[in-house]
Ligand binder design. Structure first.
Ligand code: GLG
Length: 826
């Protein structure tokens, strides 16, 4: 019997509260072991237990989930749709237990079944559906949206292979495929009935319809079907459970039967092969790879499916198309989904028959765009021939948007054709290309940067003309990270002390950590603080040993730089300092320097040779330093392989010093910097991205600042930068470069690092050498501060205490207030 669509699941919210005790969990785990894994306890593998527990937890989420969906469907509320090509959600089990508040119950249930909860949790394969900060930000925002009980949906791509697994061989990065789905994914619900068709290629024809209206028909060369794969996103200790909806591509027909019947078997499967490759693999670059057809197809695929889904949801709500923008707002996470501007127009014009003006009004009111980078090489553009061959109809719409937009510019600035050329959606300067950031800006009601400095640079540089035209559309929303995963979950020792000191409320209101300030000088409190940090360092030391074989001493200063490997992030600046330190210690064994353990982690894009060489350099230094008896107890260098969300859980809580040393003006925000701060690490950093605000919050006296400012960098580069001058002026730096060039860190092969050394000496695009002297001087201040444990601990406590601003809850509230006009529904 078909259910009445208005009937709600009975007592959803209350029912959800049931079954949260250890006994019923234990019973369900056993049931699921048999009914879903077809195993009994005596022969169950640890992975079977992981699956059985995860299914039991998922069951407990489902009632909340269904209830939440019904509430949104019934209420006259706007829903925020977060469109992102990446969601780096990380392992789910531990986080879901935390958010449901049943970690202790699960532990007891598993113990009764003879299993250790932590071991089971550690088995989870992480969904690496993102490259770095941008994808992880999207995941933190989903957590906050659910916790703040805001109606929201995440939309993205269900990659079969996520970011590659990084192995290190002979010091080099080697990429291995990430088979995260191999053993199944208990969190996912596939919905074959929620599916849409997406057009590619072919041609368009215009005609007049029955009512005499001009309509365009797009006859596609092929179609791909997108199927919804949903993951529940529970808020922290609330009834709300939102949805992350990822699209998986499928062939429209499994076989072209006509071809098959005439004997063309391979021709028949070809279409299937092409459409299935669409969601096969994540592009492992944190900046766009030029001209990759499949990448553009991925973007259009997920954007089209998502917008079609929103239109269907509008219909389900019984609302007319005119109300689309009142019911939905779509945030574009960088330009990857910016084709939404053209696609929403297409759906409204061609499929719904709206007039241009009305469609444009709806599109603009619906969309908002977040920019994440100013680096020119990272700004996405697409060549016209490729775009036309794949997306002929969206291209026509982009032309028309551009024509109307440039008319507006000409009216405002008559005769200013250079402005028109600068602002055009099409870059005509070389081979013609579509500027996706311009498309996103023109088609959105709001544009924001991700930290105060970045947002002002965005207004002054990349989008200057647009900010002049529409100043009211430009905003800043400084990034944030979720304190659930990045403090409560990953640092349970510290979390207990925080609960005891400021009350449990800090997890949902991070500003309460201010209450720690009163204890910053309390000797007994400081001892507990240090003991927790020490225990976290012991845990990391064990992981380091099992991953690299190197034994490190938890009493050393843990100096950590984890993030993607990139020249602008300047891991090589850190490496130069390590080499200098090594030489100093070799020369003067009596030097009273604090023992240090440098830890690096991060992946290099597979095609980025210089970044891969930097990894090789760090490993080369590690090999020499860690095998030199004279360095014992003084210096250790670790490259932690395959840095990901899972290993991050052990790394942030164990850090004493956080390296945030990008060239000023280049890192839009950074979010690792915030995770370190929450966990009580002190920052050594430049005035770049969110570092500026971290320093403001922590207090200048609790932050190790060095380096050129953004305006100095700009001036130096404009006036002509000569890296060799800096080398000539600094003996230690010259000797470090010479030692690297000599082959000392490459088993005597002096050729290996030549490209790196030459690049630095000749170009040094990111001013590592210009900042070296100040960096080294700042590291000396770090050393001195470390020698005073009480002073250091005080600074550490104050950093955690003042990290409240960097909660993603604050960021999401700002998006809700300023950009989405969206409030929580309880
Ligand atoms: C970008 C930027 C980071 C930023 C992140 C999230 O490079 O600075 O913190 O987005 O806004 N590609 C990225 O990771």
């Amino acid at each position: 019997m078909a259910a009445n669509p208005t009937t709600r699941v009975p007592g959803g919210a209350e029912a959800a509260r049931h079954g949260l005790d250890a006994e019923s969990l234990q019973r369900d785990v056993l049931d699921n072991l048999v009914s879903l894994q077809a195993r009994y306890p005596a022969i169950a593998t640890p992975h079977d237990w992981y699956m059985a527990l995860s299914y039991s937890v998922r069951d407990r989420l489902l009632l909340r989930w269904v209830d939440t969906v019904q509430r949104y469907a019934a209420a006259d509320v706007r829903v925020a749709c977060y469109l992102s090509a990446e969601f780096l959600i990380g392992p789910q089990l531990g986080n879901n237990l935390l958010n449901l508040g049943i970690e202790a119950q699960a532990r007891a249930a598993m113990l009764a079944l003879g299993q250790d909860l932590d071991t089971v949790i550690a088995l989870e394969e992480e969904p690496g559906l993102g490259n770095g900060g941008l994808g992880r930000l999207a995941a933190c925002y989903l957590d906050s949206l659910a916790t703040l009980q805001m109606p929201a949906l995440g939309y993205g791509i269900r990659y079969e292979f996520g970011i590659f697994r990084q192995a290190i061989r002979d010091g080099w990065q080697v990429e291995e495929t990430d088979k995260w789905l191999q053993k199944g994914n208990p969190w996912e619900i596939v919905r074959p009935d929620v599916a849409y068709y997406v057009n590619f290629g072919g041609h368009t024809q215009s005609a007049t319809d029955a009512e005499g209206r001009f309509r365009v028909r797009w006859t596609a060369a092929n179609q791909v079907k997108g199927v919804a794969c949903d993951t529940p996103v529970p808020g922290y200790r609330v009834e709300t459970c939102n949805t992350l909806r990822l699209w998986k591509s499928e062939a429209v027909e499994s076989f072209d039967l006509a071809d098959f019947n005439v004997g063309d078997y391979y021709g028949a499967v070809q279409e299937k092969v092409i459409s299935e490759t669409l969601s096969k693999v994540l592009y492992p670059n944190d900046e766009p790879e030029m001209g990759k057809r499949l990448r553009l197809a991925q973007q259009y695929f997920f954007v089209s499916c998502s917008l079609q889904d929103m239109l269907r949801l509008l219909e389900l709500k019984g609302e007319p198309i005119e109300r689309f923008a009142d019911m939905f707002v779509a945030q574009l996470n960088d330009t990857h989904p910016s084709i939404a501007v053209a696609e929403l127009m297409r759906l409204l014009l061609d499929e719904r028959g709206l007039q241009w003006e009305q469609a444009w009004d709806i599109t603009r009111r619906t969309l908002a765009y977040t920019n994440h980078t100013l680096l020119p090489e990272a700004l996405e553009t697409w060549g016209l021939p490729l775009f036309r061959s794949l997306l002929p109809r969206p291209l026509e719409i982009i032309y028309e948007i551009n024509r109307r937009f440039l008319d507006e510019v000409r009216q405002r600035h008559p005769g200013d054709e250079s402005r028109v050329a600068r602002m055009s959606l099409i870059d005509e300067s070389g081979d013609r290309r579509i500027r996706m950031a311009h498309l996103a800006t023109v088609g959105s009601h709001a544009v924001n940067g991700v930290a105060a400095l970045h947002s002002s640079l965005l207004r002054e540089t990349v989008l200057r003309d647009f900010a002049e035209l529409w100043p009211e559309r430009f905003h800043n929303v400084t990034n944030g990270v979720t304190p659930r995963r990045f403090l409560a979950l990953c640092n349970p020792g510290l979390a207990r002390l925080l609960d005891e000191t400021v009350g449990e409320g800090w997890i949902a209101d991070l500003t309460r950590l201010r209450g720690l300030e009163a204890h910053a000088d309390d000797a007994a409190f400081q001892r507990r603080w240090r003991a927790i940090k020490h225990a976290n360092k012991e845990v990391l030391a064990q992981h380091i040993q099992s991953a690299t074989g190197v034994v490190v001493d938890p009493r050393a200063l843990f100096d950590i730089q984890v993030k993607r490997i990139h020249e602008y992030k300047r891991q090589h600046l850190n490496a130069l300092y390590m080499v200098a330190l090594y030489q100093r210690l070799r020369r003067e064994p009596q030097l009273a320097l604090a023992p240090r353990c440098f830890v690096f982690g991060g992946k290099a894009a597979p095609g980025y040779a210089m970044a891969k060489l930097i990894i090789r350099l760090i490993n080369g230094i590690a090999e020499v330093v860690n095998n030199d008896p004279a360095m014992e107890g003084r210096l250790k260098v670790i490259f932690f392989p395959n840095f990901n969300v899972k290993s991050a859980h052990h790394i942030y809580p164990a850090a004493d010093l956080s390296e945030q040393i990008s060239t000023a003006g280049k890192e839009a925000s950074g979010t690792g910097n915030m995770k370190f701060m929450m966990n009580g690490a002190l920052t050594i950093g430049t005035l770049d991205g969110a570092n500026v605000e971290i320093r403001e919050e922590a207090g200048a006296e609790n932050f190790f600042l060095f380096g050129l400012r953004a305006q100095d960098v700009e001036r130096l580069q404009r006036e002509g930068y000569r890296p060799a001058d800096h080398v000539a002026a600094h003996d230690e730096l010259r000797e470090a470069l010479d030692l690297i060039a000599s082959g000392h860190f490459s088993r005597g092969e002096s050729e290996v690092f030549r490209p790196l050394v030459e690049n630095l000496m000749q170009w040094d695009h990111f001013l590592a050498l210009a900042d070296y002297a100040d960096y080294a001087a700042c590291q000396a201040r770090v050393d001195a501060a470390w020698q005073d444990p009480a002073g250091w601990t005080r600074m550490s406590i104050l950093n955690t205490a003042r990290s409240g601003k960097f909660s993603s809850d604050r960021a999401i509230r700002e998006y809700g207030d300023r950009i989405w006009s969206l409030a929580p529904i309880g």
